[in-house]
Ligand binder design. Structure first.
Ligand code: ADP
Length: 762
């Protein structure tokens, strides 16, 4: 009795497909896209094989006529479509792939239309002298084209992803896929050519390979396998060569020797070969390794060199450069980076690990990243004291929960392996290493060496971290020290200002007080002598009143200065004009001007727009300027006050007015132009300042300009002096420029309310 291989292959296939689908369903959750596609592929394969079995057994009579025959041809096409999508999913192509979907649907529809004759076409579509196109042929043509595109598509995508993939582990995994594709395609071709038994067998093998590759994460390294096979082949040929050559040589030399036997010659050659075999094998393996990967290092030596080089480094950047540099050199790695790990507490209770990149070999800092403490990647690196590969993160189900941003950050680094560094059980650093230049994967030996190197790095890293902290603290302390020195200097300055203030105040107050006392004593004595006449009484009380007024003035000035000092000058803003402020100030000094015979010219003030300001304070500021102009200009000199609008045509918020008080006085040396605005600063002896024959008495303990500038700045304006120089003979003159905003922003909102304004100090 002959075996019906066709039946055996379809029935056996159906059972195996069902079995695999069942096992996968029982063992794996269907969360993974590839697993879902695989189960679907197995399920359809099962149905297809079942259908074939039923047809073979002629048990399909309960199905509508011809349905099985039609689905049989369509089935191969549907399976190849599914294989295409399974391949896309296996290759982790995330895009929807609408083009591929359309291709599958169009070809299945075409086969269905022609084969099942859905559009009720005649069976011969075109006939011409012995050559015709019938429906069946068209259906078969569509089937072959659709199938070819699906299989070709799968192969093309596999090749493309393999070429684009930089990771040796991914590449290794992808390398297995074409094997499954080849078997499946060969099976399909056999099925098309009506070799059902063989075709089913090939399909089954192809599917088994696919199942194995999808479900196995750690696939044997193809390159290593090839390397082993090559070295064994080389050794086998070499051994055979040595044996033959040795045997011929012995035979040739000892042929004529008495007692020679070819058996002995064979035995001697075999003995020599047995002795040579082991070292020869090792040598050839090393040679093949070196030829194929170009690298071979001595782990012991690498470790010694590494420990020696990094043990004394205290600078983090240098440590990263040396550590990563040495590892890269030893293992021939393209790039690497060192990260410091900071465990940080987040507000909502969830901890995070901040991985801070340390500037390494390439001089640029690797992108820092954040891993949540709940992240599977962080958990693995923190707890499992062993390297983690990017391949694991990409493929292992335990890393499936990794957040998208964490995944994106890791991918952006372009690294292959992450080696955690621990100190006292705490995860403190991470060595991230990129692909090897040879394209080889990291083998277990490499990972073991990397773990040891990471342990060696731990102490150096901890030291460098502490040193870095210390350096940062030192810098902080230095900064604080500098601030303290500045604050001390400021305190000393304030202290000096205070004693100056008290000195000047007591000096200034003494004069009116002495006058008052003199008048009071005179009054007292005259009262006793009865020599007091109404005239004398009025003279003396007048003197007392003037001295009191002077006292008040001095106290007001002191008060203003202290407000300016503490930046709390009170302003009462209203809409006013510069012209009013200036004319009010001029009025104060009308008598003085007359006495000194000085000419006052006022120009351009009336044309200026109204401004928002504290009128009284402005008057005070101009009063100081005019007073100084009178004081430091010889008798008969000239004082000119001019005004102009700045920013004509602009909005009032952007406009300002400038008033210049110019005189023909003694002028100011360029060194003093800024200093005269300092408190108590006076050039030379105050009594000498008043030029001209008529002595002039004013406010001046060196505070007039300080107050004037304080007031102008409180309005958001500027006050500065210009002069060609100081010369009491030639009198080059000086100019005081006042610039005030027309509508100071900080004054508008409060309008006429009394408020405190802080000022920018010049
Ligand atoms: P005081 O006039 O009381 O000395 P100020 O603060 O008003 O104090 O002026 C400081 C110094 O600036 C004066 O001592 C004087 O030397 C110089 N100064 C001020 N205005 C003029 C001016 N118009 N011409 C020349 N020097 C001036």
């Amino acid at each position: 009795m002959s075996v019906d291989w066709r039946l055996v292959s379809t029935a056996g296939g159906a059972i195996l497909y069902l079995l695999f689908a069942g096992i996968i369903l029982a063992r794996h959750a269907l969360q993974e896209r590839t697993i879902r596609w695989l189960v679907l592929y197995l399920a359809v394969s099962f149905l297809w094989a079942l259908g074939q079995t039923l047809a073979r057994l002629n048990w399909s009579t309960f199905l509508p006529d011809g349905l099985l025959a039609q689905t049989a041809s369509c089935g191969v096409l549907i399976l190849s479509c599914l294989l295409l999508h399974l391949s896309r999913s296996f290759l982790r192509l995330e895009r929807a792939g609408l083009g591929w979907w359309a291709l599958c649907l169009v070809s299945v529809a075409a086969v269905a239309v022609f084969d099942a004759n859905l559009s009720i076409l005649p069976s011969a579509l075109w006939a011409n002298q012995g050559w015709d196109i019938d429906r069946q042929r068209l259906a078969f043509g569509a089937l072959v084209v659709g199938w070819g595109l699906c299989v070709g598509g799968s192969t093309f995508l596999t090749a493309k992803v393999y070429r684009d993939s930089r990771q040796p582990l991914h590449r290794n995994r992808i390398m297995y896929w074409p094997l499954g594709l080849v078997f499946t395609a060969a099976g399909d071709v056999l099925l098309f050519s009506d070799h059902m038994g063989l075709g089913n067998g090939f399909r089954l093998v192809g599917t088994l390979i696919a199942v194995y590759v999808v479900l196995t994460y750690r696939l044997p390294d193809v390159r290593q396998m090839i390397r082993r096979i090559v070295s064994y082949l080389v050794i086998a040929f070499l051994a055979a060569g040595i044996y033959t050559a040795g045997f011929i040589a012995i035979d040739y030399v000892f042929q004529t020797a008495p007692g020679y036997s070819p058996l002995l010659a064979g035995a001697v050659t075999a003995l020599v070969l047995a002795i040579l075999f082991q070292p020869l094998l090792r040598l050839i393996q090393q040679l093949v390794n070196r030829l194929s990967s170009g690298s071979a290092y001595d782990p012991g030596r690498a470790l010694r060199e590494y420990s020696l080089s990094i043990s004394n480094i205290l600078d983090l950047d240098r440590l990263a450069t040396v550590a990563v540099g040495l590892i890269s050199q030893t293992m021939e790695i393209r790039r690497g980076a060192l990260f410091l790990v900071h465990h940080e507490k987040e507000g909502d209770g969830g901890d995070i690990f901040h991985l801070q990149g340390v500037r390494g070999m390439e001089g640029k800092e690797p992108r820092s990243g954040i891993l949540s403490a709940r992240s599977p990647v962080a958990n693995c690196l923190r707890r499992e004291h062993q390297p983690l590969t990017q391949y694991d993160i990409d493929l292992l189900p335990r890393f499936r929960e990794t957040a998208a941003d964490e995944r994106a950050w890791l991918t952006s680094l372009g690294m292959d392996v992450y080696v955690p560094i621990y100190a006292k059980g705490e995860w403190i650093g991470l060595l991230a290493l990129g692909p090897k230049a040879s394209g080889n994967r990291y083998y277990d030996d490499d990972l073991a060496l990397l773990s040891t190197l990471a342990d060696q790095t731990a102490v150096a890293l901890e030291n460098a971290r502490l040193f870095d902290d210390l350096k940062a603290r030192n810098e902080e302390n230095e900064g604080l020290n500098k601030e303290l020195t500045v604050a001390n200097r400021e305190l000393a300055r304030l202290d000096q200002a205070k004693s100056d203030f008290i000195n000047v105040a007591s000096h200034e107050l003494r004069t009116p007080l002495t006058q008052m006392r003199g008048y009071a004593e005179m009054l007292y004595e005259m009262c006793h002598d009865d020599s007091l006449t109404p005239d004398l009484t009025s003279q003396m009380t007048g003197g007392i009143s003037r001295a009191t007024q002077r006292l008040e003035e001095i106290i007001d000035t002191m008060f203003d200065v202290s407000q300016i000092d503490t930046e709390t000058l009170a302003l009462e803003p209203s809409v006013t004009s510069v012209e009013m402020a200036v004319s009010g100030a001029v009025k104060n000094w009308a008598t003085a001007l007359e006495q000194r015979g000085q000419a006052l010219i006022v120009e351009g003030l009336t044309e200026m727009p109204p401004i928002t300001a504290d009128g009284k304070r402005l008057q005070q500021a101009f009063s100081h300027l005019i007073q100084n102009a009178i004081k430091y200009t010889p008798d008969g000199g000239q004082i000119r006050i001019t005004g102009r609008l700045l920013g004509q045509g602009m909005s009032p918020q952007e406009q300002s007015v400038e008033v210049v008080v110019a005189d023909t006085g003694i002028g100011i040396a360029s060194d003093d132009l800024e200093r005269i605005f300092e408190k108590f600063y006076r050039v030379g002896d105050v009594m000498l300042h008043s030029t001209g024959k008529t002595k002039f008495k004013g406010a001046g303990p060196g505070l007039g300009l300080t107050i004037a500038r304080g007031i102008v700045q409180a309005h958001g304006g500027r006050l500065w002096a210009e002069s060609p120089g100081h010369d009491e003979e030639t009198c080059p003159g000086s100019e005081f420029h006042v610039v005030l905003p027309v509508q100071p922003r900080h004054l508008q909102a409060m309008d006429s309310t009394v408020f405190m304004t802080s000022m920018r100090r010049g």
